[in-house]
Ligand binder design. Sequence first.
Ligand SMILES: C[S@@+](CC[C@H](N)C(=O)[O-])C[C@H]1O[C@@H](n2cnc3c(N)ncnc32)[C@H](O)[C@@H]1O
Length: 266
Amino acid sequence: MLDYPAVLVQMDFLAGNKAHHRRRLMKRAIEQLPKETKERVWKLQRGKGEHEVDKILGVNTQTVGVGDGLAIALFLEVARINHSCRPNAYYRFHASHLTMEIVSHSTIEAGDEITLNYAPLGMTYPQRTRFLKENWDIECTCSLCLSEEHDIKDSETARRQMEELRDTMLDARTNKFYNDAITIAKDWWYFCGLEGLLPLEMEYHDILADLYALKGDLENAIRYARMALDGWVRLGSVDSGQLENSRAVLMRLWAEQEAKIARLGA
Ligand SMILES: C[S@@+](CC[C@H](N)C(=O)[O-])C[C@H]1O[C@@H](n2cnc3c(N)ncnc32)[C@H](O)[C@@H]1O
């Protein structure tokens, strides 16, 4: 699904104007939209705040990278999609076309609800409850949070394991136990799979590329860096930073490999 912004405002504009002035201009901008679009935007008043503009922009917008800066954008279709702590779709913003694409990462049957994660993926229950309350004023009613107690418990166990494994993996990396770190990263990925957090796959590939590179195994490092980049291109992310980072890592590894081959040939 591809969506175009009804409203897009640079953060600099928001930061650089007094609240009443900002709201007045935003209201004027909404009033100038085509009739049908304008009506749909006004119907989105559901957030907190005294002012009608705050009620719309507060809970219906995404922060996206545009040019050198950030902007908030209101996508009318995307604004209808609820949050889930175990989502079946993912955002992908294209800065060059200003479009937001919703990409599924698991099969969505006709009639099933499309859901997105409004919080960073993989948070434990207390972490995401706090995050969703503070940032969205939501008490989550997604299928995971409303599931049977034992399902919530299983999910919590998996997510706590993920956290622990990530920390242990980073410790092993710091202490240069790269083989251990690689084994731990693979265990971490196993729990991600159990939790249905497949978009974390790219991060997993980024981690392995880094660890293999540190270990001096350029072949595997390049293999995982390619998989990470493929994944970011396929699923993407709201800003393109992660994709660009993966691309830079792959270029660096290729350059290292070429230098190594040249040294061997000399
Ligand atoms: C961007 S809108 C999502 C679509 C909206 N529910 C609709 O019907 O158009 C965000 C609002 O939806 C509600 N919402 C979305 N996901 C939720 C969830 N998991 N639990 C509770 N409320 C949720 C909250 O009121 C939130 O402020």
